[in-house]
Design a protein. Sequence first.
Length: 434
Amino acid sequence: MNGATTSGELRAHNRVRLLRAVHDSGAVRTRSQLTRDLRLARGTASVLVAGLAEAGLLHEEPAPGHARGRPTQVPGPHPHGPVALAADVREDAWELAACELGGRVTVLDVRPHDGTPQGTLGPLGEAVAAHRRRLGHRVVGVGVALAGPIRHGGLVDIAHLGWRSVDVPALLNLPDGPAAQPGAPAFEPGETGARPGEPRPGTPVIGNDTVLAALAEARRGHLRDVRVGLHLHVDFDLGGVLVVDGRPVPGASGAGAEFGHMPLSGGDRPCPCGATGCWGMDVGANALLRDVGLAHGGGRGREQAERVLATNGEAVEANARALGRGVAALVNAHDPEVVTLSGHGVELLQRAGQALMAACEPGLMAIRRDRPPRIEGSALGWRGSLLGAMESVFDHFLTPEGLELWRKNHPDQARDTPDRQSVTYSTLARHKPL
């Protein structure tokens, strides 16, 4: 802030800082801790928290385990506060969740799909619209992770499903305007009452699943506070992205995060993407299925691949060796401090870590072997892409403009809240919702 900043601008700035700190910390830090972290005066912090509570953004509860004296308060999500709707669209199914400030996730719906653009995105759009109607102005945005490169904010290509330049926002049929890329400005003029410069609450944020998983890992996982990291997400095949200062580097048009389509493992198989020898042909569920002679491709065979992963050591080690060879090449190129693996990458590291490291080390330059980066399984498991979609929504909302629009629309328009008695456990992977 500079000398020309008004007191109103300073208050708006501090409101955003406080909400951001609550969100990034998982809504577990006390008001006293947040006050110290943000270097606020206690009186200023008290006024800010009271104002945010009155606005329906925060709610304080006593800290767990507090025994004596005045209870220590923990600011967290208001029971009628902002909700991000986040969806993870994989090659065989999608998952939709409501996410509160601080990162708490309530899974709303999990459905398989037929692999076609309309059969995948049409039902997802209907589910999103139904929950937006139910939650009303509590919904501050919609984030969608997809298993393919994203161009120009909303055109997706998923090679294994035969998708080419699929217009995701059009098929989702959400009413509030064009898609926004993760990290891009989300403020558009339109016909929903927002003035130029104000966020439009339903504008979808469309992102690649690996980019969003990496964003979540940088916010809530092993890439937090890492200056240069490398994240690899393994599902039916794999994607990867460089993370610099907490932000994935998605490419000029948004279609980066495609390390899986580099010839890093020495293979010569043609890939559905149009290239030959892609690394992703040798890593992931499709490669596991192919190695044991089972049908693969088209987003089918997840359960069979999980059985192979659990029982066939030879196929798993072949997958891990291919992964290790590619990691070595990327480490030589990018010099990361940490390499994180999500999706099936966590299980490959757990089940065949020695084979992975044995394949990685010979490919490293001598200067890299002296101090190689740590290779770690994601702290978020399979939930990274969904959490990254959530983070992208809150990145757009936690701004002075976003809070001002919330003030205008809240609190009387909506009183509903996700039903925690009806939490759906994900069938895409055997992990409970956060």
